[in-house]
Design a protein around this ligand. Sequence first.
Ligand code: 3PG
Length: 385
Amino acid sequence: MNFITKTNVKGKIILLREDLNSDVDKGKVLMSERIKESAGSIKFLKKKGAKVVILAHQGRPDGEDFTSMEQHAKLLSKLTKVNFVPDIIGEKAETAIKNLKNGEAILLDNVRNLKDEFSEEDTVFVKKLSSWCDIYVNDAFSVSHRSQASIVGFPKHMKSYAGPLLEKEVKALQKINLKNCLYILAGAKPADDINLLNKNKVLACGLFGQMCISATGKELGAQDEYLKKKISDYDKLISDLKLKLGEVGGLVKTPVDFGVKGKKGKRRDIDLKDFPVEYEIFDIGPKTQKIYLDEIKKAKSIYMKGPAGYYLDPQFIKGTKALLTAVSKSKAFSLLGGGQLNEAIDRSKISKKKFGYISLSGGALLDYVSGKRLPGLEALGYYKN
Ligand code: 3PG
């Protein structure tokens, strides 16, 4: 794998894949660690005299947080100037790229607007951008578990490098030993978590915890409707989970109570035995927190992915904060991952120094931890054989 930090890039047009995927609250993209850290890489390349063309995504085409990248350019520009170009492979993009001067950066629009992003073939998208730019840099470790064109397509056609953030992430992870690890699996993307159900103890929370409960046949009520809408491969995931929990269910702890949004939007804690209920779930309840905290105290090493609930609302950050506080106090080495968990740590006001290593990656880190080869790293020649 070649590193861009060790390369002369003066005057070169760099196609830079960043992960700027962040929380979106009522249409507003929120400043995030990913945006801040990516700005660091962009600044570095600009300073070295490169012309930087940034490719990134926000959300998924069927999701509520699927938006253009215009706000991301504004947020990046608070840290280093980046102009937004509302185009990816059309004339506007081509002209903007051709007009770039050394030390300037542009951000193209949401790469997931293009069907080509999801195609395994050599597409117009890859052909055009690889002919307009000189070198490709993947700085998005956190998307490197996706076989998508902006991650694996360009290295087939261009000289390719690992970006500063990806370099930092990979080098830090290579040093980590996660033997006998306790996995705290949460967050909003439960399909990613199933790969880690094997020999280790698991504390399931977030949407994953709810899906594990649904897989046992227990009805949750209003939350079942939410999960069916939110999770595109809901039925498949339930049947995969049924199978997996049949094999290793003894190692997986699931919530025994939940924080729901009751009447007038106020938090109420309800025991699992009293479900199904007409309220949606926003957090794990206090009884679950206690059980999980006892497990955290006993752990030798800990991997935590994603927040336990809807941490953007102070009423529902409680579960996540309780788990994070316990992990921060534990003597065990801790590895934490996921864009949202990074934000939750900030909002919980816990010093980042209290954790072993905090990664910007959620699903990619999980695949890495479970020993899977990441297609994005493979494309950069990371694996020796
Ligand atoms: C993430 O948020 O983990 C990355 O941006 C990847 O997003 P995805 O799960 O939608 O591919």
